[in-house]
Each structure stands twice: as structure tokens, then as C-alpha cells.
Write a protein that binds this ligand. Structure first.
Ligand SMILES: Nc1ncnc2c1ncn2[C@@H]1O[C@H](COP(=O)(O)OP(=O)(O)OP(=O)(O)O)[C@@H](O)[C@H]1O
Length: 888
């Protein structure tokens, strides 16, 4: 007998022998109350046959009690262990499902109906024989179906069939799985077959493995994605980098990286610093003016030297002095705007940006060539100069940079000037505020403005030039530029020696942008090694630029810094001269340039004159024959000048005004001569041409018409003087000359010779022609008027002799047409006066009075033959007593 049998107190043979009887007895004895709980039923311990006989109707003792009484100590211990094991399995069973599938698979996890036929295949896994099981469950496990009540038939794997009695509380009700499990526990059975459990475990493991692999795959993918993305980004960056322009990539970021000349940089910075007081509220540090120091006080000779030096200030000294000038009433510098000028690509814009940032400003750039409408220009200027940059915590005042201002229209320049000259209208506004409420408030300019241009001499810029601090941007030093280019090319894996880079600088006229772009272009073409040959043979790098005239003249009259061959120089000048369209100006400049002849003598000057003659002939042939193919020879004149006059010194070039001045002078002289000859009598005109007049006659004629006349009344003239006056008047009338009273701008009355032929023979450097006094000219003028009248009268009489009789003897020659005009005018005046008087008399009703006045007037003025003309003005020179009786 094993422990299991002992525990339940069952003897196998006995039970087998009396199986049927036992069943019947069990049926008879076991009559549980309907209300009996299943748990109580379970607590009941199965009894042996004898126990049952002896116990009779005694109530069943508790199983534990009975067993403890019957079972020896050692066995009890083992039973406890088995119980504990059961409890553990029970605990295991009620553990919550780890997954939804498990939840579905695990019946114990939620209440459900027990299937009618139980699967007890798990019995096979249990070591105990099914026979024992049936014996052990004798009270409710039956071999035959019970006679009363419901039952459940159960068949195991070996084919044994047992019947389980169905108690009332179970019948037709949902079975509490825990109760069922307890019954199993009581049997020491697993609720779920071990295979199922194994399968479940295997499945669970599989699932875990799958999940883990999925997780790892995802992680791996994520890593791979990240790396791929990184690689993609890097490739994109590389692509961007390679497509980015080197000029932007290597653009300077700091003051120290600038290539422009230090003086220019310093001047601009200094000017910007002048705004510090008004913009940042920083006090300006005033320095003692140069020259007023210990040298002056202690050393007198030094002082004298300084004084002498004042006369000969260098350009930089003048500039420095301008920057030291006092601030205005609003604490702004004297010049509110800087005009930075210079050839393209030298880094003007870059300099302005970096210096403005360096001085603590937020840079606002506008391009005057783009924003050409005046309103837009005004708006942009106002926005930039009146608003602070509001983005970010790093709030800085604005500094306005106007690029390409030489492309701006004149209207835009006027707007800029108006902004510069704005006065503070705050005070005035407060007084007349109600009246001008609608008027826009215009505040004074409180921010610096930097203008940038290539050509300083554009006509539109003229007014701005006068109000701006001019800063000419000099050429970049080739050595500095070549060094920078070497840095860049080295960084990009390009080999180029300094000689090659210097050649590149020379070819591009030290244009930073052009040099860097050329390097990038060659790099892009796969060229990793540069030599002088390839640079010089290159067709790129040269700009199709229109240089300013001053730059061009400078190139013509100055030898290049780096030695070039003659052919190269010729090519260069031909290229420059043909790229500019102003051939006239190129030919004019030698007259205005102070060049130092390299060789003594005038040989070169003569050669230059020959060239000028050739050029004139060429132009004439071209224009006369309309043969414009000759235009190609015009650039040779500047090239010839270059070889004749170019010097190492910087030439002092003045803008050639003389041609224009001479042209205007010539046309004025021609007009004067033409006017003079137009009314000259035919007898003279036939012998006098414009040329002979200007070259032979006029100069002498001007002397002839200035005789020495005494400044007295002509009536007091001697006969010889009278004759001289008559001759003078005759000559002047013959040559159509006269004196006309004029008033100078300062209010002086003068008599000028008409037409103005004096200027034709007035040569600078020669003593001027003798001039008559005002009084003499006045006398001559008056006498000439009279003589003209006389001549006209006699002419008229000659033509129409009958009129002579009709004409009364006049005191003066008042019979001319002009006098008639006067007469008409006077008659008109008289008529008006009479009408006026009539009106008045009409109101006072005195017609007689009217008659009397009219008659008085009529005889005195209207109907009289005597006329007296009164010219406004005072003259003590001509005095004549006139009595009224002479006039009547
Ligand atoms: N020191 C430097 N190092 C490298 N690149 C530079 C340097 N200075 C200027 N550059 C580059 O040269 C180019 C031309 O400069 P910038 O535009 O300032 O010239 P600019 O004189 O204003 O020409 P433009 O008159 O045509 O406007 C810019 O792209 C700039 O990045």
C-alpha cells in the first residue's frame, strides 16, 4: 500500500470486491441537504467501509481531523508537503494571464461553463493508476450511472469510464472554475494538461523570441536609417558645398580679414564712431588737435614748420581733419553720409558690412538700382533709419547701406538729400499742432548712411557729392590678394605658385570677386595645378566692364606697377579704349594732364600732335564718307598717348572742360559776328567776311570806336571833336554797332556794345581794349539814336518827296514812324484820361468843366507837334535848359 492509499484509508481488493454494494450504500448514506455547499461536500473525507458501518448516522468528522488521527506522523509530514505542492499549483493557476491569447486559453481566468464531457487525458500523466482514482472517489465518482440525480460521464485515455454525480448546486448552473480546480487540486491534478502547458510555454517562448527579434530588427533598422540619413545629409551638404560660390564661402567675417587698404577701413570706422554719441549715447573722446602740443609750446621753429605744413596737407591729413570736425546741434557728424566709390569687386560692400557690424550696428542694405521708384526709396530709407531691428534679444540700431547709388534716378537722390537735411520739427509742431495734425511727423536723421557707387561722377550724384564724406576705394594690393588666393586654392586642393596668382590678379585688375570666381571655375573643370601660361592664355577673368573715365585716363598716363611687355600694354589700352564709348573725352585729356615728359624736348609733344591730327582726319573721313569701319582705329590714339606720356607717377588729371567751353565760346562769337554783319550796309558787307572781320578788322575797329572824347557836354565840343563824334557815329552805324544800356547783377547801369563782338577779339593774357566812360557812351548812344532818326527821315523823304510839304517844320526829327507810334500811344493815353475825367465830371454834372479840361489837354499834349520823351534815371552829364515857350 502506498502513501496515497494510506492517506485515504482504502484497501484496493476490498473495494474491488464490494464495489457494487459500496455504491448502493454510498447512495443511501449520502443524502446531502440541498443547501449544502460544495465546499462542505469537498471537505468530507471518504470513509472506509468499516468506518462507515461503525459511524452509522454519526456526522462526518472533518477530513483533516480524521486523517490526522489515523495517519502516522511521518506520513502526515509528507501529506503536508503534497498539500503545499497543490497549493502552489493552485496559486500558479490563478496567476493573471500574460497575454490576451493566454487569457482566452486559460479557463480559470474568467467564469465560463464547464463542458459536459471533461477531458481527463491528463490522468495519464499522473503516476497513479486510474483504478485507484476511481476507488478514491467512491462517494461521488461512480462506475455506473447513479440512480438518482444527474451525473457526468468521464472517460480516460485507456477507455475507463466513470460517472460523476451532479449535485444540485452544480446542475444547470455556471460552475465556479475555482471550485472545479479545487476539486482537481484535491485530486492533485493539473487544471490544464501538461502538453497544453508545454505547448503554451513553447508558444510563449516562441512569441517572446519573435517579439525580441522584431524589437531587435526595428532597432537595427532605426540605426541603419539614422546612418543612411546621416550619410544622405552629409552628401547633400557636400553637394551644397561644392555648388556654393567660393566668394561667399570665403567671404571675410572679421575686420582683420579685409583686404582693402587700412586707411580706408580706418576712416570709415572713424566716421561711424562719430555717430556713437547720438546712436549709443556714448561720450565722444576729444583729442587735442594735431600741432597744438608740446612741440608748439616749446619749440617755435616746429610751430613755424607746422604752420607751413598747413598749406601743404596731404589727402589723408585732409580726410583726418574732416573726421575731427565738430558735431552738429544734434550731436551728429558734419557729413551725414559716406560715399564710398571705386571699381567693382574690390570689396566695398563687404567692407561696409563688416565695419558697420564691428561698430555695433544692424546692417540694412538696399540696392538703389533695384528700388528705383522714388516712393519706395523714401519708404525704405525711412524704415531703415527710423526703426530698430526688433528681432531677437540682440536689438541693435540700424545702419543703412545704399549700394549702387550711381544707378539711382535723380528723384531718389533728392529724397536722400531731403532726409539728410531734415530739421527737427518738434518745436514748431508744438505751437502749430492743431493746424498740422494731419501732417506726417518728420524726425531728424539719427542713423548713419553709407552709400556705395562705382562711378562718383554720375550727374545725378552731383548734389550728393557736395554733402557726403567722400572715400575713394583704392586698388587692392596684388601681394595681399595673391596671398589670400593662395590660402583659398590650398584649402581647395589646388596648386598655384605666387607668380601665377599675381598674374591672375593683374589680369583681373585686382578684382577679388573675379580672381576667386576664376579659381573656382578652373577647379570645377578639374584643374588642380595652375601656371602662368594657362592664366595668361585664359579668356575668362576679364570683365566686360565700363571703367570710369578717370580710371581710364589714369591707366593711359600711368605705367603699370608690374612690368609688362609693350605688346601687352598696347593690347590693354586698346581694350580699355574700345570698351569705353567716349573717344572725344579720351582725346581731350592730354590738354588737361600735367604729365612730366620723360625725355627733354618737345619731340614727344609733336608726335602727340601728329597723332591728334591723324585722329581728326580719321574722324572727318569717317563722318564725311559715312565709313564707320574706321572706328576701329580710334583707340590707337590713347595707346599712342600711353607710350608717349605714361609715367610711374600718379598723373594729376582734371576733367576736360575746355573743349565744351571753347565750343560754346566759338558759337557765341560766330553768332555775334553774324548779327553784326546782318545789318551792315551792302557796300561794306560785300568786302567784309566773317573771317576777315574776326581776324583783320574787328580788333582795330574796336580801337577806332573808342576815340578820346572829353567828358563834357557835346555842345561844348570843339569843331574837331564834333567831327570826331560824327565820324564815330557814322562808323558805328555802318558796322551795325550800338550801345545799349544794361544793368549788372549788382545793380550798376552800364552801356554794352551790341552785338557783343568784343569777346571775339578778347584774348586772355593780352591787355583789354580801351573802354569809354559811361557818360561818353551815353552821349554816343543818344547821338546815334538821333542820327538814325535823321537818316530814316531823309530816306523816307527821298522815297516819298510829296510828304515833305505836308510835314511841319519840327524842332526835332519827330516825323519818323517811331514818333508816330509815340503819337499814337500818347493819343491813347489822352483818350483814357479824358474818359476818366468824363466819368468824374458826369458824376458831378459839370459838362462845361469837362470841355475846358479837354481843350487844355488837347492843345498841350494831344494835338501838339512838340514831344518830349522823359527817360527815367538821373544823369548830370547832359544838361540843357528848356523853356516851356520853346515847347509850345
Ligand atoms: N577679404 C576677402 N576675402 C575673400 N573674399 C572677399 C574679400 N573681400 C571681398 N571678398 C569677396 O569679393 C566679392 C566682391 O565683394 P563686394 O561685393 O564687397 O565688392 P564691391 O566692391 O562692392 O563690388 P561691386 O561694386 O560690384 O558691388 C564678395 O563676394 C566678397 O565675398
Amino acid at each position: 500500500m502506498d502513501e496515497y492509499d494510506e492517506m485515504f484509508g482504502i484497501e484496493d481488493e476490498y473495494e474491488q470486491q464490494f464495489a457494487d454494494e459500496l455504491e448502493v450504500l454510498a447512495e443511501m448514506d449520502f443524502n446531502p441537504a440541498p443547501s449544502t455547499k460544495r465546499s462542505e461536500f469537498r471537505k468530507q473525507k471518504p470513509q472506509s467501509f468499516q468506518e462507515a458501518i461503525t459511524a452509522g448516522d454519526q456526522p462526518l468528522r472533518s477530513q483533516s481531523q480524521a486523517s490526522s488521527e489515523r495517519t502516522p506522523k511521518a506520513k502526515r509530514l509528507r501529506q503536508d508537503v503534497a498539500k503545499k505542492l497543490f497549493e502552489v499549483s493552485q496559486v500558479d493557476d490563478i496567476t493573471p494571464p500574460s497575454s490576451p491569447e493566454e487569457f482566452h486559453r486559460t479557463p480559470s481566468s474568467r467564469p465560463q461553463l464547464i463542458p459536459v464531457i471533461l477531458d481527463i487525458s491528463g490522468f495519464a500523466a499522473i503516476q497513479e493508476s486510474p483504478r485507484r482514482v476511481t476507488a478514491a472517489t467512491s462517494c461521488h465518482v461512480l462506475k455506473r450511472p447513479p440512480t438518482e440525480g444527474g451525473y457526468v460521464s468521464v472517460t480516460d485515455q485507456t477507455g475507463n469510464r466513470v460517472y460523476l454525480r451532479q449535485t444540485d448546486d452544480l446542475r444547470g448552473k455556471a460552475v465556479d472554475p475555482s471550485a472545479f480546480r479545487s476539486s482537481h487540486n484535491a485530486l492533485g491534478l493539473l487544471a490544464v494538461p501538461i502538453e497544453v502547458l508545454r505547448e503554451q510555454v513553447a508558444e510563449k517562448r516562441h512569441r517572446q523570441v519573435v517579439e525580441e527579434s522584431q524589437r531587435l530588427t526595428e532597432r537595427l533598422n532605426r540605426c541603419l536609417d539614422g546612418r543612411q540619413r546621416e550619410e544622405g545629409d552629409r552628401e547633400e551638404e557636400e553637394e551644397e558645398e561644392s555648388s556654393r560660390l567660393w566668394v561667399d564661402q570665403f567671404s571675410p567675417q572679421h575686420y582683420t580679414e579685409l583686404l582693402s587698404d587700412d586707411f580706408t577701413n580706418r576712416c570709415l570706422l572713424k566716421w561711424l564712431k562719430l555717430w556713437d554719441q547720438v546712436v549709443f549715447g556714448r561720450e565722444r573722446k576729444t583729442r587735442p588737435p594735431p600741432g597744438r602740443g608740446r612741440f608748439n609750446s616749446t619749440n617755435r621753429s616746429q610751430g613755424n614748420f607746422n604752420q607751413a605744413n598747413q598749406k601743404f596737407k596731404t589727402k589723408s591729413q585732409i580726410t583726418e581733419e574732416l573726421l575731427e570736425a565738430e558735431l552738429d546741434q544734434y550731436k551728429r557728424p558734419k557729413y551725414k553720409v559716406v560715399l564710398l566709390s571705386g571699381p567693382p569687386g574690390l570689396g566695398k560692400t563687404t567692407l561696409a558690412h563688416i565695419i558697420a557690424k564691428h561698430a555695433g550696428y544692424n546692417v540694412v542694405e538696399i540696392n538703389a538700382s533695384d528700388d528705383r521708384s522714388a516712393e519706395l526709396f523714401q519708404k525704405r530709407i525711412d524704415t531703415a533709419t527710423q526703426m530698430r531691428s526688433v528681432l531677437g534679444a540682440n536689438e541693435k540700431p540700424n545702419c543703412l547701406i545704399i549700394d549702387e547709388i550711381d544707378g539711382a534716378p535723380a528723384a531718389a537722390i533728392s529724397i536722400l538729400l531731403a532726409t539728410l537735411n531734415r530739421k527737427d520739427s518738434q518745436g514748431a509742431e508744438s505751437e502749430a499742432e492743431p493746424l498740422k495734425k494731419k501732417k506726417k511727423k518728420e524726425s531728424v536723421l539719427l542713423r548713419p548712411i553709407i552709400c556705395i557707387c562705382n562711378d562718383l561722377y554720375v550727374p545725378a550724384l552731383r548734389p550728393l557729392r557736395q554733402q557726403a564724406f567722400l572715400l575713394a576705394f583704392p586698388q587692392t594690393q596684388p601681394s595681399r590678394l595673391a596671398q589670400r588666393l593662395a590660402e583659398i586654392s590650398r584649402g581647395q586642393g589646388m596648386k598655384a605658385d605666387m607668380g601665377t596668382l599675381m598674374a591672375l590678379c593683374e589680369k583681373t585688375d585686382n578684382d577679388i570677386r573675379s580672381c576667386i570666381n576664376t579659381l573656382q571655375f578652373l577647379h570645377g573643370r578639374g584643374k588642380r595645378q595652375l601656371d602662368v601660361q594657362s592664366v595668361q592664355s585664359m579668356r575668362i577673368g576679364q570683365k566686360d566692364q565700363n571703367k570710369g573715365l578717370f580710371n581710364l585716363w589714369q591707366e593711359i598716363f600711368q605705367l603699370p606697377r608690374i612690368k609688362r611687355r609693350r605688346a601687352e600694354r598696347l593690347q590693354h589700352i586698346l581694350h580699355l579704349a574700345s570698351s569705353t564709348g567716349e573717344h572725344d573725352k579720351l582725346t581731350q585729356v592730354p590738354h588737361h594732364t600735367h604729365t612730366v615728359p620723360r625725355t627733354p624736348g618737345l619731340g614727344r609733344v609733336c608726335q602727340a600732335l601728329d597723332w591728334l591730327g591723324f585722329s581728326d582726319g580719321l574722324t572727318q573721313a569717317m563722318l564725311q564718307g559715312q565709313n564707320f569701319s574706321l572706328l576701329r582705329y580710334q583707340p590707337f590714339l590713347p595707346a599712342a598717348f600711353h607710350f608717349l606720356f605714361a609715367h610711374t607717377h600718379v598723373p594729376r588729371i582734371n576733367y576736360p572742360h575746355s573743349q565744351y567751353e571753347a565750343l560754346t565760346k566759338t558759337s557765341a562769337s560766330r553768332n555775334a559776328l553774324a548779327a553784326m554783319l546782318s545789318e551792315v550796309p551792302a557796300c561794306i558787307r560785300t568786302r567784309v567776311s566773317e573771317l576777315s572781320l574776326s581776324l583783320d578788322i574787328l580788333s582795330l575797329l574796336l580801337d577806332i570806336i573808342c576815340p578820346k572824347l572829353r567828358p563834357v557836354n557835346p555842345q561844348l565840343f570843339s569843331d574837331r571833336e564834333k567831327q570826331q563824334l560824327v565820324d564815330l557815329i557814322h562808323t558805328m552805324i555802318s558796322y551795325n554797332l550800338s550801345y545799349r544800356q544794361d544793368r549788372t547783377p549788382d545793380g550798376q547801369y552800364v552801356y554794352v556794345l551790341e552785338p557783343r563782338v568784343e569777346q571775339v577779339v578778347c584774348f586772355p593774357g593780352l591787355p583789354p581794349h580801351r573802354q569809354l566812360t559811361y557818360q561818353t557812351k551815353q552821349t554816343i548812344s543818344r547821338e546815334m539814336d538821333q542820327e538814325r532818326m535823321r537818316r530814316a527821315e531823309s530816306l523816307m523823304l527821298l522815297r516819298n518827296p510829296h510828304t515833305k510839304e505836308k510835314q511841319p517844320k519840327a524842332v526835332t526829327s519827330s516825323v519818323t514812324s517811331s514818333v508816330r507810334n509815340h503819337q499814337q500811344r500818347l493819343e491813347n493815353i489822352l483818350r483814357n484820361t479824358v474818359v476818366e475825367i468824363r466819368v468824374r465830371t458826369h458824376t458831378i454834372h459839370t459838362p462845361l468843366f469837362e470841355k475846358r479840361i479837354t481843350s487844355c489837354h488837347g492843345t498841350a499834349v494831344g494835338n501838339s507837334d512838340v514831344w518830349f520823351r522823359f527817360n527815367e534815371g538821373v544823369s548830370n552829364a547832359v544838361r540843357r535848359n528848356i523853356y516851356i515857350r520853346e515847347l509850345l
